[in-house]
Write a protein that binds this ligand. Structure first.
Ligand code: NAD
Length: 434
């Protein structure tokens, strides 16, 4: 999978997306400069360490080390490459809109420092019409009459399988407004065997927001159905299976649980609601998606209360903190809200996650951090599961039961078999089953 024409690329923002994209572009033969304003991140990368947990990224970086450069010097990055990717964060503002200040800062720096033609590629997830704003910004701040293009190339990788998703995507979306930009983008992605969807920049931006919102909607939909299952005695897993076999629906994203989290779905749904409002359309459907998602966390807490009655001074062990398995990312993870809520109610909390402990420590100083399952289980009145990590699937429940004060398990990800848990003698509650 090697490129015929090797390009020089600069990626500004070396987080989950920027770093994965940079390393994968190096893997397909390009020379990549990864820029980040965070000095400690760049120092770590220079010393050969990956600052995030992402399976396979480490090996791929080592393999392509000679095609990768890491730097905090933005001006150098702009000067060296014809193609510049913007992969900085676009978090939520308080009103739900996307905070585009990082994108704007980078666009201005590119404008001020570019000396010849540049293709500026929006990799960050941004609301529709952002490429237009980048264009306006560059025209406003560029010193000379230099030609440039702005392209939109939204990223669809998932944390936990980011390398595979980047190198073997379902499709590559390329939003361009000129032949030159189209040619450059196609050349970059030539070695990747996937359908290239070439559209205008606005459509590309909308593809990303609409895709994430649609997936979030699927999750909220199945969670709403799970709540009906709980009220009627139906089983959500059977319902989801029956629905998912219909090719028009598909079986993915039909797992009921404590709701979606992470750095994308919550903020992208919020941003899509916000931009729609700005454009004069009230996207009520998405408001409901968000409402159902947050409600799932409340319903989950209620299940704990129904099992333990008073939470004050109860020992609650939490297994899984990241918003999904195979990542250390805890941004907008349900675990954060749930820990806050349990703490407010006076519960004593112990936690364990295979990769996300360091990140959660930055939020909660006064909970107990354990080095594994057994220490969480010891003397717990209740164990709750919030992430379906593989190692949780192989738990020795006989041992765990002996360690716990009370055999109560509340499973927010439907990890375990209902009948098996009952046979083992647990009070076992999950989502939409039993
Ligand atoms: P991140 O926070 O992990 O990375 C962003 C990086 O940009 C940080 O390292 C930060 O230090 C750096 N940065 C900020 N301002 C800078 C500047 N002026 N100059 C240089 N570096 C700067 O974020 P992420 O998860 O990689 O997400 C980046 C974008 O990609 C977001 O818009 C996000 O919505 C989108 N996205 C994320 C995912 C995902 O799974 N994480 C998937 C698809 C799209």
């Amino acid at each position: 999978m090697k490129n015929s024409v090797s390009k020089k690329i600069t990626i500004i923002g070396s987080g989950y997306v920027g770093l994965t994209s940079g390393i994968c572009f190096a893997e397909i033969g390009h020379n990549v400069i990864c820029i980040d304003s965070d000095k400690s991140k760049i120092e770590k990368l220079k010393s050969g360490k990956i600052p995030i947990y992402e399976p396979g990224l480490d090996e791929l970086m080592k393999k392509n080390r000679d095609r990768l450069e890491f730097s905090t010097d933005l001006i150098y990055g702009i000067k060296e490459s014809e193609i510049i990717f913007i992969a900085v964060g676009t978090p939520s503002n308080a009103d739900g809109s996307a905070d585009l200040s990082y994108v704007e800062t980078v666009a201005r720096s590119v404008a001020i420092n570019m000396q010849e033609y540049k293709l500026i590629v929006e990799k960050s997830t941004v609301p529709v019409q952002t490429a237009e704003w980048i264009r306006v910004t560059i025209n406003r701040y560029k010193g000379k009459d230099i030609e440039f293009d702005v392209a939109s190339n939204p990223e669809f990788l998932r944390e936990g399988s980011a390398v595979k998703d980047f190198l073997f995507p379902d499709r590559i979306v390329i939003g361009v407004e000129s032949e030159k930009a189209k040619k450059l983008m196609l050349c970059l992605y030539e070695p990747i065997n996937a359908e290239k969807v070439i559209v205008d920049t606005k459509s590309a931006e909308l593809i990303k927001h609409a895709s994430n919102s649609f997936l979030a909607m699927k999750i909220s939909f199945i969670n709403a159905v799970a709540n009906i299952c709980e009220k009627t005695g139906a089983d959500i897993e059977k319902v989801a299976l029956g629905m998912g076999l219909d090719k028009r629906i598909g079986k993915d994203f039909l797992n009921a649980g404590v709701g979606y989290g992470g750095s994308c779905f919550p903020k992208d749904v919020r941003a899509f609601i916000w931009i729609s409002q700005q454009l004069g359309y009230d996207f009520n459907l998405l408001k409901e998606v968000e409402k159902i998602n947050l409600k799932q966390r409340e319903i989950f807490i209620k299940k704990i209360e129904e099992s333990l009655w008073i939470l004050k001074d109860k020992n609650i062990g939490i297994l899984g903190l990241s918003f999904k398995p195979d990542t250390d990312d805890i941004r907008d993870a349900p675990a954060i809200d749930i820990i806050k809520n349990l703490k407010e109610k006076g519960a004593k909390i112990k936690v364990y996650d295979p990769k996300a402990m360091d990140n959660i420590k930055k939020i909660f100083a006064d909970i107990e951090y354990c080095d594994g399952l057994d220490s969480v289980a010891k003397n717990s009145d209740c164990l709750i599961f919030l992430t379906e990590w593989e190692e949780f699937k192989h738990i020795d429940f006989d041992k765990i039961k002996k360690l716990m004060s009370q055999p109560i398990i509340i499973d927010g990800r439907n990890i375990f078999d209902l009948e098996k848990m009952k046979k083992l003698g647990f009070v076992y509650k999950s989502v939409g089953r039993g």
